[in-house]
Write a protein that binds this ligand. Structure first.
Ligand SMILES: Nc1ncnc2c1ncn2[C@@H]1O[C@H](COP(=O)(O)OP(=O)(O)OP(=O)(O)O)[C@@H](O)[C@H]1O
Ligand SMILES: [K+]
Ligand SMILES: [Mg+2]
Length: 711
């Protein structure tokens, strides 16, 4: 199981424990780098990926041209120096709009880049001691290692590449990847403790490691690519939103293109009806630079500028929780999850199930039961098995045979039993149903007292194990397990968000229902076989649900791959880690609950800022358009009392540019999150960000208009 202390549980709603990040990142460095990156990202080949910003960028070029030659697109009536100045101001603001959007993305990428650099520094080439078939050692560069090679690693060495320990036992400092300073014991055999990662350091003893990855494809290489965002492609949701924003941009392009003829029509109407010549001011109001400004003010630049930053920040927040997501899509999928499948032992309970009591049945004495328990567990290396041995020895149990002649029967989740074969005797312990079956198959009887003991243990939420010698049941072992504190509140939160939780366990129905009740999960499946895991996921998915699950074993790999969100434990097997789309470096299965929250927050932040952005654009439309017509003499239309059409437009543009950096912190941090259902959240968001988005521009534009020295 996990090498990390399972007792380390965060309290929901309480302050988050400060997670140690692998590499320490320096804030000032991130900003300096982001400023540089903002200019690099002005490259049209990069800007073109963001249609909204590309329009602004093209607009900047055109306004720059009319700054040089205001009469480029035909003579305009106004004083050309004054026009040049105005065009110059507009060019300047538009340029900064693009720059601010680039900055938002660059800041979001910053921490990942800094982390990647720090990780790269751990990946320096080392000398590997390759074991040759003749038993000799050849010293080669770690980059020359290939999958399948055997290497010897001695204390103080860097592990040269990812692999499995085949011989030896030693402690490894994995802080380079997990940030956890406590060394981890590595030894061959067990799935979990045998995998080592290139770039970590062996602290003691010697290991023989079979290399499992080719150069450049190790865990750290993959981590670098991920945190750096090199593999970041737009998620399907982001693509859909980008298309929507592009369509909106086109709509506004048409709206703006129709302004000059429309304005001309009004001008004619006014001069005919009132005898006022409004033509000049309207035509200057509709100069190319003004039209571009109007367009930029109206298209959804706010969300266009912040969209990718929001996505990157989501991945980054996951990384801050010490979870590596293979894609932005995986993080988003967390936000859409409807069903959470959790296993009981170690996820919902603390998982260090310890033997607490032996309950004799069938008229056997405590002494006898203790001896049979001991005999049945002598080869059992599981924590449960070892705790049974400890309790039996404490009770003075002894075994009267030579253990070297015995043979262990290993526990498997399928048989749900384990034991020892010796001197023609079969000692077994396991799930009560499994032992009943075993005893019957050997022609034995099941005593009625067994069910009483079994029910008593189960009602306490413990795991009962029946023990037998051949066809004679001796009694029940009470394995005590404790529900992790604070889980009930977290499941309540999930329920309020519309997420259903299902507990899966190999344990019996009574124990399962007691723990399910205590932890507050919505549903449970008892006596589950490994196949049941994947079946539960499939059946939920067939109802159109998105499912998340955690796992660490090789037999979890298919289910991890089948789930929409599969979170593998770093302490788990390579197969599990490869099948999953997320890996938790702390190996804490309850983190899945945090991931769902982070995913939801990402989706909500994007929704909220999209609402805000579009509401802003609509408000700007109603703030600016009337002033343009008011310039034509219809003063009543200038309800906001702005100084002039030009001042109105420049004010709107300034607001439009500044709102991007102003919202960067919100985009990165995420909007305030409450556990509510999708519908409630939508209503709340429309209220706050929609109404707020309508009001904010009116106030801000009015203030800027007052400050601006434009007439
Ligand atoms: N070392 C062991 N020897 C014999 N029987 C065991 C041992 N460990 C567990 N069992 C029995 O096998 C059952 C199934 O174990 P399994 O690991 O599949 O599920 P679990 O640990 O109870 O639940 P979960 O799936 O939540 O981890 C257990 O409920 C217990 O009755
Ligand atoms: K805009
Ligand atoms: Mg288990």
């Amino acid at each position: 199981m996990g090498t990390i202390d399972k007792q380390k549980i965060r309290v929901p709603g309480g302050p988050r424990d400060e997670r140690k990040h692998t590499p320490k990142v320096d804030r000032r460095g991130i900003y300096q780098r982001a400023i540089r990156e903002s200019f690099v990202k002005l490259d049209p080949r990069i800007v073109v990926k963001n249609p909204v910003m590309f329009v602004v960028w093209l607009g900047t070029i055109v306004t720059f041209l009319v700054t040089i030659d205001p009469n480029l697109f035909g003579t305009i009536a106004a004083d050309s120096n004054q026009q040049r100045l105005l065009n110059g101001i507009i060019t300047f603001i538009l340029f900064f709009t693009v720059l601010f959007a680039n900055f938002a993305e660059a800041v979001a990428e910053g921490r990942g880049k800094a982390q990647a650099d720090a990780l790269r520094s751990t990946r320096t080439d080392t000398i590997a001691r390759k074991l040759l078939p003749n038993g000799k050692i050849e010293e080669i560069n770690s980059t020359e290692l290939r999958r399948g090679d055997l290497v010897k690693v001695v204390a103080g060495d860097m592990i040269p590449a990812d692999g499995e320990v085949t011989q030896g036992i030693g402690s490894v400092d994995e802080s380079a990847i997990t940030g956890e300073s406590a060394p981890v014991l590595k030894q061959p055999g067990s799935d979990i403790a045998s995998s080592v990662t290139g770039g970590t350091r062996l602290l003691s003893d010697e290991l023989i490691v079979r290399i499992t990855s080719d150069p450049g494809q190790g865990f750290i290489d993959r981590m670098i690519a991920l945190v750096e965002g090199a593999e970041r492609t737009k998620t399907p949701n982001e693509i859909a939103l980008t298309v929507l924003l592009a369509v909106l941009t086109q709509v506004f392009l048409i709206v703006v293109a129709t302004v000059p003829p429309f304005a001309g029509y009004i001008a004619n109407f006014i001069s005919v009806a009132f005898g006022i010549d409004a033509g000049n001011s309207l035509r200057s109001g509709a100069s190319v630079a003004i039209l571009i400004s109007l367009l930029v003010a109206l298209i959804p630049t706010t969300i266009g500028g912040l969209l990718s930053a929001i996505g990157i920040a989501g991945m980054d927040r996951v990384a801050q929780f010490n979870v590596i997501a293979t894609s932005g899509r995986a993080v988003e999928a967390c936000g859409d999850v409807n069903t959470l499948v959790l296993d009981k032992t170690g996820t919902i309970t603390l998982g260090n199930r310890l033997a607490d009591e032996f309950i004799p049945t069938n008229g056997h004495s405590m002494q006898e039961v203790g001896s049979v328990c001991l005999a049945a567990s002598i080869f059992d290396e599981t924590p449960e098995g070892r705790s049974i041995v400890r309790l039996a020895e404490k009770l003075g149990a002894k075994i009267d045979f030579d253990t070297s002649k015995g043979e262990g029967v290993e526990f498997s989740a399928r048989t749900r039993m384990s034991g020892t074969d010796i001197n023609g005797e079969e000692y077994r312990k396991g799930a009560v149903e499994a032992i009943k079956g075993f005893v019957r198959s050997r022609g034995g009887q099941v005593p009625a007292a067994l069910d009483q003991a079994y029910e008593r243990v189960s009602r306490l939420g413990g795991t009962p194990l029946a023990v037998c010698k051949g066809n004679d049941i001796y009694g029940v072992i009470y394995l005590k397990d404790i529900v992790k504190p604070g889980l009930r509140e977290r499941f309540d939160q999930l329920r309020r968000m519309g997420v259903k939780t299902i507990m899966l366990t190999g344990d019996n129905r009574i124990t399962a229902s007691v723990i399910a009740q205590e932890a507050g999960v919505d549903d449970f499946i008892a006596e589950a076989t490994p196949e049941d895991k994947i079946d539960v996921i499939r059946s939920e998915q067939s109802q159109g649900k998105l499912v998340a699950m955690t796992g660490d074993g090789t037999n979890d790999a298919p289910a991890l791959a089948q789930a929409n969100v599969g979170l593998a434990m770093n302490s788990g097997t390579q197969a599990a880690k490869e099948a999953a789309n997320m890996v938790d470096l702390d190996s804490d299965p309850t983190k899945l609950i945090d991931l769902v929250t982070i995913g939801k927050q990402l989706l909500i932040t994007r929704g909220a800022l999209t609402t805000f952005s579009i509401a802003n654009d609509i408000a700007k439309y109603f703030a600016i358009i009337p002033t343009i017509f008011a310039a034509a003499g219809i003063g009543a239309l200038n309800v906001m009392g702005l100084k002039s059409a030009q001042s109105a437009i420049v004010s709107a543009l300034i607001y439009n540019a500044l709102i991007i950096p102003a919202l960067i912190p919100l985009a990165l941090r995420g909007v305030q999150f409450r556990p509510l259902t999708a519908d409630q959240l939508l209503q709340r968001n429309i209220l706050i960000y929609g109404v707020g988005g309508i009001i904010a521009p009116f106030i801000a534009i009015k203030i800027i208009d007052i400050i601006l020295p434009l007439s």
